[in-house]
Design a protein around this ligand. Sequence first.
Ligand SMILES: *[C@@H]1O[C@H](CO)[C@@H](O)[C@H](O)[C@H]1NC(C)=O
Ligand SMILES: *[C@@H]1O[C@H](CO)[C@@H](O)[C@H](O)[C@H]1NC(C)=O
Ligand SMILES: *[C@@H]1O[C@H](CO)[C@@H](O)[C@H](O)[C@H]1NC(C)=O
Length: 302
Amino acid sequence: MGAKWVLMIMVVSSLISANVDAKKDKVCDKGWECKGSIYCCNQTISDLFQTYQFENLFAKRNSPVAHAVGFWDYRSFILASSDFQHLGFGTTGGKLMQMREVAAFLGHVGSKTSCGYGVATGGPLAWGLCYNREMSPSQSYCNPDYLYPCAPGAEYYGRGAIPVYWNFNYGAIGDGLKVDLLNHPEYLEQNATIAFQAAIWRWMTPIKKKQPSAHDVFVGNWKPTKNDTLAKRVPGFGATMNLLYGEMVCGQGEIDPMNNIISHYLYYLDLMGVGREQAGPHEVLGCGEQEAFNPNTAAATS
Ligand SMILES: *[C@@H]1O[C@H](CO)[C@@H](O)[C@H](O)[C@H]1NC(C)=O
Ligand SMILES: *[C@@H]1O[C@H](CO)[C@@H](O)[C@H](O)[C@H]1NC(C)=O
Ligand SMILES: *[C@@H]1O[C@H](CO)[C@@H](O)[C@H](O)[C@H]1NC(C)=O
């Protein structure tokens, strides 16, 4: 019996190593934009999403009444995304899913940085990337924190493409990006590449261990547990809002803050030529019925 088992183990282990080798073979190198991962074998974001599309989506950002004129540009977004494409950002699941993910991520960005209201020219959805910071902060968002104590004089009001608030969030994102945001929160309103990197990092990173990221729930990397199903959390765009904003946006029925984010996503799908009908049914688009993944905690952003 001994010999038989040894043989079987050898066969199994050689199958495993053959499988690993097959995976290794698929790793691709597309230079600065995507390197050293299976995801890089697919098209990269700049193949699918080009300058003119960025200009269409954020058509009003440099109009004289906007609040971050000259700050945001396509190049910064592509540079920032180059750090995350090898992890699957905008490179997962084939062209349609890739474009949907870019639209979904930018839908959050557009909604959170918009200064468009009902009367705005071009319509309220044309004003994404109007801001790069909170205009009249009512406080400095400093909370005693052992890991990420506030730097003297620093203010941690909302800044960036998906605004970051609070010292502990600046600290955690700074660690993730290897940029000292705790001591230099102002980087997020001075450098659009860093501002986009911070937002993509948040999109790609679970808030807690064992939780999915917004990316995971969107591209289908996540299988809901029984608890998730009981809490009405299903894979899709709605769950991205749940992870990014929790109870502020989700579990409250059809509220404006939720519908505004969805509207930006759908508008961008149309402008990118994908079409809003590719967004899927309203049950997966919204999170009005979902319980928060992280109840009663300040969600990582806003
Ligand atoms: C690459 O795209 C194909 C379809 O075009 C898709 O089936 C596959 O999952 C993608 N690969 C990765 C690693 O996402
Ligand atoms: C903005 O940040 C990026 C990434 O850290 C860096 O490469 C670039 O030099 C910065 N740009 C400016 C003008 O400081
Ligand atoms: C499911 O929820 C219950 C009650 O909140 C909790 O005790 C349990 O640990 C959860 N299970 C998982 C797998 O998260």
